[in-house]
Structure formats: structure tokens, C-alpha cells
Design a protein around this ligand. Structure first.
Ligand SMILES: Cc1cc2nc3c(=O)[nH]c(=O)nc-3n(C[C@H](O)[C@H](O)[C@H](O)COP(=O)(O)O)c2cc1C
Length: 226
């Protein structure tokens, strides 16, 4: 990916990358980005984010474990919360469906092909082939304000990665295997896995990396919810 030189450029250039080149990354640089992103603001300066980075043999071991777990529990493990409310308003449903159309269309996966769709979801747990993976946590008791803070940290990471020329994909799907991940890492029981981030050099030839997702005017969204 081309390096971005301003916040506006990084914001415009960033997109979710779901296929990576078999090319090493500068791990120190990425760890430095994960630290620098912590300049993100947070309510009460709590800095409620906690991250764990994986590469090399440990990443390969997690990917191998996840191949087995996806075969054993294709739909994931029981979760404490749903990714989306059951009663999404029509304009949100429309955006979600459109997002699926764009991504699955590029992948050549038919909407009705549940097997292929699930196999694709499982690629999340290979970090889409990325050579570097990050897992992001918050304390279990933390609520919306702290999750909001984590989101600001996450976007800061993504923009710094874009600036440095890396491709990345935020991945809430990792929460589907929180128990497996916690056991693998031996992570503190007070920490809740919220999402992962796949990081590497984008493969510019892959269709899933060339999609252009859409955005609506946020002012219009306010009116639609009225
Ligand atoms: C918090 C968060 C969680 C996400 N989780 C996933 C995920 O688990 N798997 C995935 O492929 N994409 C995931 N995405 C990427 C979104 O699908 C993507 O951001 C959206 O479609 C807009 O596309 P863009 O990132 O290319 O602009 C996530 C994005 C965010 C912000």
C-alpha cells in the first residue's frame, strides 16, 4: 500500500485488507505503532485498551489451533453479547446487506452459499493470512464508554498502519472464540477479548482488497432515525 502523508490521506486510503503478501513486516515498527496509538483520548484517561501481539511460531500455533476449533465449532463459542441488535432498523439492514453484496460479490461467493460464507468467516481466524496479528481486550466490567475508547484507539492504530504503508483489517469476529483464545494465551480472566487486527503487506492483486465500500451522510442518518 502507498504510504499516506496526512491524516486526511490516511483516512481516505485506509480500507479493510483481507489478503496479504508472503512478505515479512517490521515487527518493531508495528509494536511502536501499537504504543503510539495510545495517544488516543479516553474518558478519564483510563486508557482501557489492552493488546497482545502475535507473530512467528506463536501466531502459526494459534492459526493451527483455530483451524481445529473452526472444524469443531463452526459457528463459534457462546458469547455474552450479540454483534448486532435483533431489531436493526431498515437503513442499517440495507447497509449491512450492501456491504455483504460488495465483499461476497468480489469473492465470487453467492449469498445463498452458506458453506462458502462460513469458510470465508473462518479465514478471520487465520488473520486472513497476515504475518502479524493483534488481539484487543478491555476489562470485563467495562461498559460503552470504555468500548468507545477502544474504538478510538483502534482507529488510531489503523491510521498509523496506513501511514506506514501496512494493510490491516479490524476483526470483531475473534470474539466468537474468546474462550479458545484466552486458554491459548493464558490471558488474565478479567480481560475480555473484543476484536483482532490482521496486519501485513496488502496483496494488491486480490479482488477482496480492491472493493470500495460505501458511506452515507451521517446527517442523513440522524434524520432517518427520527
Ligand atoms: C470494530 C470492527 C469490527 C470488524 N470486524 C470485522 C470482522 O470480524 N471481519 C471482517 O472481515 N471485517 C471486519 N470489519 C471490517 C468492516 O467490515 C469494514 O470496516 C467495513 O465493511 C467498511 O469497509 P472498509 O474498512 O474497507 O472501509 C470490522 C470493522 C470494525 C470497525
Amino acid at each position: 500500500m502507498r504510504r499516506a502523508v496526512s491524516v486526511s490521506e490516511a483516512l481516505a486510503a485506509r480500507r479493510s485488507i483481507r489478503a496479504f503478501l508472503d512478505q515479512p513486516v517490521d515487527e518493531d515498527e508495528i509494536r511502536d505503532i501499537l504504543r503510539r496509538a495510545a495517544r488516543a483520548p479516553s474518558g478519564g484517561n483510563l486508557q482501557p485498551w489492552a493488546v497482545h501481539a502475535l507473530s512467528g511460531g506463536k501466531l502459526a500455533a494459534l492459526k493451527a489451533l483455530m483451524r481445529r476449533r473452526c472444524a469443531e465449532a463452526p459457528e463459534g463459542e457462546p458469547m455474552d453479547y450479540a454483534f448486532y441488535p435483533a431489531d436493526l432498523k431498515p437503513h442499517y439492514v440495507k447497509r449491512r446487506v450492501r456491504n455483504g453484496e460488495i465483499l461476497y460479490g468480489a469473492l465470487g461467493i453467492d449469498r445463498s452459499d452458506k458453506v462458502a460464507r462460513l469458510a470465508w468467516i473462518h479465514e478471520n481466524f487465520q488473520f486472513f493470512g497476515a504475518p502479524f496479528g493483534v488481539l484487543c481486550f478491555v476489562e470485563r466490567g467495562f461498559g460503552p464508554s470504555q468500548w468507545l475508547d477502544l474504538g478510538i484507539y483502534l482507529q488510531s492504530v489503523l491510521l498509523l498502519l496506513t501511514e506506514a504503508g501496512y494493510g490491516s483489517c479490524p476483526q470483531a469476529d475473534w470474539a466468537l472464540f474468546e474462550r479458545t483464545v484466552a486458554a491459548f494465551l493464558g490471558s488474565p480472566p478479567d480481560l475480555q477479548l473484543v476484536c483482532g487486527i490482521a496486519i501485513g503487506h496488502a496483496d494488491p492483486t486480490r479482488a477482496e482488497n480492491l472493493i470500495h465500500t460505501e458511506r452515507d451522510d451521517p446527517f442523513a442518518s440522524y434524520d432517518m432515525s427520527a
